[in-house]
Structures are given as C-alpha cells and as structure tokens.
Design a protein around this ligand. Structure first.
Ligand code: SF4
Length: 127
C-alpha cells in the first residue's frame, strides 16, 4: 500500500524537506528536493540508510579527558549502536593526534573512526 513519507535530506547544509509517496521501497512520486541528490538520498533511506557518526572517546593522561571522534564516511544506520558500544571500551593514551585512527574498519563496514582534533599530553607541574 502506498504511503506518504517526509524526509529531511542531510546530504548538504540546505536540509530540504522532501515529501515522497512510496510503496514497497519504491518512490511513486517525490517533491521538495532542491536537487537530484535528494532523490538519491530518499532511495538510500528506503533501502540502506546511512549516517555520519560523531561521538567521543576517553583519553588517559591528556589535557582533556575526551576526544571528539567521527566516521570517515557515513555508516550503515543499523551498525551505529554496535560501533558506539565498541568505542566506549576504548581509552586512548595522550598525546592524541588529529585524524588518528581510533577504530579501523568499524564493525566490518570498511569505514574507520578517526579523531577530530588533537589532545596534547597533560604536563606535570614541576614541584
Ligand atoms: S535535495 Fe539537494 S539541495 Fe536539498 S538538502 Fe539534499 S543535496 Fe541539498
């Protein structure tokens, strides 16, 4: 049975609201997309939705206790929970470099999780 669905395209910062009539994973009609990438986005949402992952990972001995991390590419949405659970087990030792690989080939997706910034080592105060 055909149903009307609304999507917010996250492919670019414009964030078009797209209305589509879909049936059996197929698009019957679509409107609201600012460009054809919006159609590709809706097709992907209907078959294999993906999302960028951003979170934090613990750092030991750093100036900050956490470092922001992100996926190099969008990940299958249904793997995000497992990957976040794996990242919670990781503790990096400072110093941490920007774009350092934190988790290689996360959950066999072929996508690495990397740091978004550097965290310098916490210098001990001389006494
Ligand atoms: S439909 Fe095109 S213009 Fe609109 S958010 Fe998606 S990529 Fe950007």
């Amino acid at each position: 049975m055909a149903e009307k669905r609304e999507f917010i395209c996250i492919t670019c910062p414009v964030g078009c609201t797209i209305e589509a009539t879909v049936e059996g994973g197929k698009i019957l009609s679509i409107r609201g997309q600012g460009c054809k990438r919006g159609i590709a986005f809706v097709k992907e949402e209907l078959t294999a939705p993906k999302r960028m992952l951003t979170t934090t990972v613990q750092v030991r001995g750093g100036k900050l206790p956490l470092v922001p991390v992100r996926s190099r590419e969008p990940l299958p949405k249904d793997r995000l929970f497992d990957i976040v659970a794996q990242l919670r087990q990781i503790v990096l030792q400072a110093p941490v470099a920007e774009h350092q690989i934190v988790l290689e080939n996360a959950a066999n997706t072929g996508v690495d999780i990397i740091t978004s910034r550097a965290i310098p080592k916490l210098e001990e105060n001389p006494s």
